[in-house]
Write a protein that binds this ligand. Structure first.
Ligand code: HMG
Ligand code: MG
Length: 284
């Protein structure tokens, strides 16, 4: 039997948060509904952040209210603080994600906080989530390179991963936010992180700015990572990371993994349909 690799679909969040065009809620709902038929277990489709910081995500509550929830699919939302947590809960997100940076420069730009202060804000979120058994994922940005501070020390990524995992995050998603990682730098980083968090609780979240995301996925597979984040149509980027381009495209990752002999459990016809929708949304 083929080994299963999971693709965590982040297109409706990471993909659409950086689009210039104001995308109507109905279009986002249609994209998520299409993705719900593709076989994903987890789809990130909302972000309860300040609309002043990321206006593209302002309709997140309406998106979660409008989608047809498929059985067995968890619909995820980003929550930077308790306000976001309360809004995510009210909108019935099935799981949430906190997000921090391994580098101070990006932390300041993205969250207006030091790394330590941003993590302190997550403490009450993790506590509240634990009481109601709500799964919380932890993102770490700039795991190999920061657009402000240059190369990231793998030890800083490991320390933050250890902290987030210890606080109760069930999975740590490692973000190559600006797509400058190489198979070598990704392997060095993973080798440090694996010492504190089991590889089975890690995910690779690689942006494809330099066209190396698939190579970085290969390096991560060797290190035991079995979950990869991707966005249909290769949409996305972070508005606070200069030079960040799209997430690696879901359809490219799925085809690559199938070629390598893995099973993704995805219906490629539906994935390709969603990718075409996502690309059309970018063009308007
Ligand atoms: P701040 O300006 O320091 O804090 O922002 P504030 O408390 O003064 O809030 C500013 C305003 O936002 C206030 O409104 C708050 O009420 C409001 P005002 O009084 O000015 O009218 N506010 C909120 N509104 C709605 N929902 C909330 C919320 N919180 C405050 N939850 C803050 C601090 C954290 C809010 C801000 O920095 C922020 O929202 N940052 C989010 C940036 C972001 O979403 N970036 C993209 C996602 S991360 C990413 O893409 C990376 C990832 O993909 C992994 C990778 O690739 O590396 C995950
Ligand atoms: Mg990202």
């Amino acid at each position: 039997m083929k080994e299963r690799i999971e693709i965590f679909e982040v297109g409706p969040r990471d993909g659409l948060q950086n689009e210039k065009r104001e995308i109507p809620v109905a279009e986002k709902v249609a994209l998520v509904d299409c993705l719900s038929r593709a076989g994903f277990s987890r789809i990130e489709c909302a972000s309860f952040v300040s609309p002043k910081w990321v206006p593209q995500m302002a309709g997140s509550a309406q998106v979660l209210a409008g989608i047809a929830r498929a059985p067995g699919v968890r619909y995820a939302a980003l929550t930077p603080n308790m306000r976001g947590y309360d809004d995510a809960l009210a909108a019935r997100a099935d799981e949430i994600a906190v997000f921090a940076s391994a580098s101070e420069g990006f932390s300041k730009a993205n969250l207006n906080a030091t790394v330590a202060d941003s993590v302190d804000r997550f403490v009450p979120i993790l506590e509240a989530a634990r009481h109601i058994d709500l799964p919380v994922r932890g993102y770490i940005s700039c795991v190999t390179d920061c657009p402000f501070d240059g190369p990231t020390d793998p030890g800083a990524v490991a320390a933050l991963a250890d902290r987030l995992f210890g606080m109760g995050c069930y999975e740590i998603s490692l973000g190559d936010t600006i797509g400058q990682g190489t198979p070598d730098s990704i392997a060095r980083m993973l080798s440090a992180v694996r010492d504190v968090v089991p590889a089975t609780r890690l995910a690779g979240h690689y942006h494809d700015t330099a066209g190396r995301a698939l190579d970085n996925i290969d390096a991560s597979l060797v290190m035991g990572v079995r979950v990869f984040d991707a966005a249909v149509g290769g949409l996305g980027g972070c508005p606070y990371a200069p030079g960040a381009s799209g997430n690696v495209a879901t359809e490219a990752v799925a085809a690559h993994l199938e070629r390598l002999g893995y099973d993704t459990g995805l219906d490629m016809d539906v994935v390709n349909e969603a990718a075409a929708m996502a690309r059309a949304m970018r063009e308007g």
